[in-house]
Every structure is written in structure tokens, then in C-alpha cells.
Design a protein around this ligand. Structure first.
Ligand SMILES: [Zn+2]
Length: 169
């Protein structure tokens, strides 16, 4: 990972400054400090009649594996918006979020994935042919085996969903 040489806000040359136990490139004008830059993924755990919605990818190294509907957050949207948008694009369902279910992170080339609980508010199941070959609802005791899941974050989200017990009124 290459560090910033200039402040991305105002172009000031950055100077190494001890912050939180490490020397980091920092801006003397606006206070910007070069911490980790992370990609954020946002997925929906869409439950219907006790089953969760998964899509089967049909591209890339995860071809044929099951993933939660979702994707990477664009720089001009929130993670909530991205989760809703990607779910609509991939499955045809309009959803509303019910809360955060789990969060998974990988350091190194860093990515942080948030999995939201969601329910369907409209639309019909229509898979985006460029991204998935099918979509289906899986009950808790009939989820695909671990080796058929697309990402570690998929397994993390499904583990959280299996363990989740909604509070009564
Ligand atoms: Zn600055």
C-alpha cells in the first residue's frame, strides 16, 4: 500500500507525525491523517417465511457459489443505500433494512463487510443475468455447505443469522 504524499483534501505535503502509536503522513493544515483506506461491502440478509435469500454467482473465481445479495459501496452512497440498491439489482426485490446483523473485516488489502437484516417490501424475484444464475430462499437447516459459499463474509453473515433470535414485544 502506497501512502499519500499530499493531503487529499487540500494538497498540502504530508509530514510523518506520531499519532496513536505510529508515524503517519499527516496534514498540518486540516489535520488529515493517513490511516487505512478500506473498501466497504454491504449485503442484505433478506428473510421470508424463515428462509434467507441467496444468489448463485455466475462470474469470476466464485462462479457457482452462493452469496448474500449485496456488493461494494460507491463513494457517493451510504452502506445502507448500497445494500438496498444491490439487492434490488441482483434479485428484483425492493427491501427495507431492519438493522445490522454482522460485520466482517479482512486486513491487509482491507475490506469491511456489513450484513443487514432486511425484509421484502415489493418486487418479484428476477435475477440479474450478468451477475447470478439463480436466486433462492434457504431455511436455516438447509443452507448450502461452507465450500459452496462465495466469501468468508457470506459464512459470517449466515452464522449470525442462524444464531439470531428476535426479541419478543
Ligand atoms: Zn489537509
Amino acid at each position: 500500500m502506497t501512502a499519500f504524499a499530499f493531503c487529499p483534501r487540500d494538497g498540502t505535503p504530508l509530514v510523518l507525525t506520531p499519532i496513536d502509536g505510529r508515524d503517519r503522513p499527516a496534514c498540518t493544515v486540516c489535520g488529515f491523517a493517513d490511516f487505512m483506506h478500506v473498501q466497504i461491502g454491504a449485503n442484505c440478509i433478506v428473510e421470508r417465511n424463515g428462509a434467507v435469500l441467496l444468489v448463485r454467482l455466475n462470474y469470476g473465481p466464485r462462479d457457482g457459489r452462493w452469496a448474500l445479495p449485496g456488493g461494494l459501496v460507491e463513494s457517493d452512497e451510504t452502506s445502507e443505500h448500497a445494500a438496498i440498491r444491490e439487492t434490488r439489482e441482483e434479485t428484483g426485490f425492493t427491501v427495507a433494512l431492519d438493522g445490522l446483523m454482522s460485520m466482517w473485516m479482512r486486513p491487509g488489502f482491507p475490506i469491511l463487510v456489513v450484513n443487514y437484516r432486511a425484509h421484502i417490501t415489493g418486487g418479484d424475484l428476477q435475477v440479474a443475468s450478468g451477475e447470478a444464475s439463480e436466486a433462492a430462499f434457504f431455511p436455516k437447516d438447509r443452507l448450502p455447505p461452507l465450500e459452496e459459499l462465495a466469501w468468508p463474509s457470506t459464512a459470517h453473515g449466515l452464522d449470525a443469522w442462524r444464531a439470531y433470535e428476535p426479541h419478543g414485544p
